[in-house]
Design a protein. Structure first.
Length: 226
């Protein structure tokens, strides 16, 4: 799908997924394994194993809610020691994401929209602040909509509706950039948003940037020159 079909002239807000979009999950897992091996060498095999198992169980439970539309049971969140899990998550995922860094070309695409005064936000299933800090991207986003905090994860479209309401725009003027058709695309489409999916609609962010420069209305470029 060309970026032309996304009706770029209508875009007033861009939302980004984080995990798998801004950075490579495969590459992050490699650094995570290396961290685990270091913990083993320090004699923390049992503690490290318990922490990672707790994170995996939590993610599996969140994934289970996707099959029923993405609404997270309130009772589950009350019973979950989320703050404790978040600290564990930060200790493990934060350094791994920092070493992974953002995907090539991501910062250029972010700068492209910023140069056209289009605000950008995060619409992700999980807490994203520490991840953005780890990649040095935190200052680029006006708001973060974390599904686990809102009580809805993709394929629920609640996060996109909330973002559109907060910025007082129709959902058709919101462009979402993600990496999963079964989550990002389904949720954004249900909300009526435009969307671009990595691996389906564009091969790389360098490729996307080239298309944006080619397809974005010339009126924006002219406005910048005046």
């Amino acid at each position: 799908m060309s970026t032309r079909s996304t009706r770029l002239h209508q875009i007033k807000l861009v939302s980004w997924d984080v995990d798998g979009t801004l950075y490579s999950i495969r590459r992050m897992k490699w650094f995570l394994i290396r961290t685990f091996l270091r913990e083993m060498a320090r004699g923390r095999v049992l503690e490290a194993g318990k922490e990672l198992a707790a994170l995996n169980r939590y993610r599996a439970q969140i994934d289970a809610f996707r099959s029923t539309g993405g609404a997270i049971a309130e009772s589950f969140m009350k019973q979950t020691r989320r703050e404790v899990l978040l600290e564990i998550e930060k200790r493990w995922y934060g350094p791994a994401i920092q070493k992974t860094g953002p995907r090539r070309g991501v910062t250029s695409v972010i700068s492209f929209f910023a140069s056209r005064n289009i605000p950008q936000v995060i619409v992700s299933d999980y807490e994203a602040g520490y991840k953005l800090n780890a990649m040095g991207l935190a200052d680029n986003f006006a708001s973060i909509y974390a599904g686990e905090r809102l009580g809805f994860v993709k394929p629920s479209h609640a996060g996109f509706q909330r973002a559109a309401e907060d910025f007082e725009i129709p959902t058709t003027s919101l462009l979402h950039i993600g990496d999963r058709a079964d989550r990002d695309d389904v949720a954004a489409q249900a909300a009526g948003c435009q969307r671009l999916i990595l691996g389906r609609d564009f091969r790389s962010f360098d490729d996307l940037l080239a298309r944006l420069h080619s397809d974005f209305p010339m009126s924006f470029d002219k406005a910048e020159e005046t």
